[in-house]
Write a new protein. Structure first.
Length: 237
């Protein structure tokens, strides 16, 4: 029986893609570039590649930011700064724009509140730096909705490392077999959770229009009363 539900943050409860798209459009405008789908795609491809290099321990968090600029700017016709300091200063222009656009998905807080009211403990497990991830939670009001918050930088392990999921289970005070983990990444979230004995629920926020994960979570928990509106397609594993 599931007694606690853990969640991923970016792409699951927090609308990283929507926030980042608005932020990068402002950043490109600041650089005198067109805000095109092609330019966005180049940006997000570099983000995914360099963030994975950081997640795997190949480079530092700050260096993955610099590498994103080194990869993207030349393709868009701009020569990147040559020093780490200037690259960091330029990336901060993007970070400020991104932060201004931060938002949770509209149904996230309602779902977390409903789960706790129904007697489930709720937790968060996210890859990222502690300062930025906590800042996202505070800015969106999600910080008060969890019984445990686990951030990879503080835990010392990145999803899908089993140590991260064991830290989540320990923080929730339940055995992994009593926990459900909900996330948007099939490997980092679902496979990682399953490898530790947790249940896993894969959700997709990219649908148009995006659905509510509450229906998928509610269906998985087989609760009697519905937690939210219909329309989301989730996959339990």
């Amino acid at each position: 029986m599931v007694k606690a539900v853990g969640f991923d943050l970016d792409g699951t409860l927090f609308d990283h893609r929507g926030s980042a798209e608005s932020g990068v459009d402002r950043f490109f405008k600041e650089l005198g570039l067109d805000q095109s789908y092609q330019a966005r795609d180049i940006w997000f491809a570099a983000e995914e590649a360099q963030f994975e290099r950081w997640r795997s321990g190949e480079i530092s968090f700050q260096e993955q930011r610099r590498e994103r600029l080194r990869a993207v700017l030349p393709v868009l016709g701009i020569t990147p700064p040559t020093t780490a300091t200037r690259l960091d200063e330029l990336f901060e222009v993007y970070v400020e724009a991104y932060r201004d656009e931060w938002r949770a998905f509209p149904d996230s807080l309602e779902l977390l509140t409903a789960l706790r009211a129904a007697g489930y403990r709720t937790g968060l497990l996210t890859n990222g730096t502690e300062a930025q991830q906590l800042d996202k939670l505070r800015c969106t009001g999600l910080d008060r909705a969890f019984d445990f918050i686990g951030i990879s930088e503080a835990i010392g392990a990145q999803k899908p490392d089993a140590r991260a999921f064991h830290a989540l289970a320990q923080g929730l005070r339940f055995d992994p077999a009593e926990c459900l983990f909900v996330g948007d990444h099939p490997i980092h979230d679902v496979a990682g959770a399953r490898a530790t004995g947790m249940s896993g629920l894969l959700v997709d926020r990219s649908a148009d229009p995006p659905g509510s994960i509450a229906e998928a979570v509610n269906a998985y928990l087989r609760g009697g009363s519905r937690l939210a509106s219909e329309g989301f397609r989730g996959q339990g594993t």
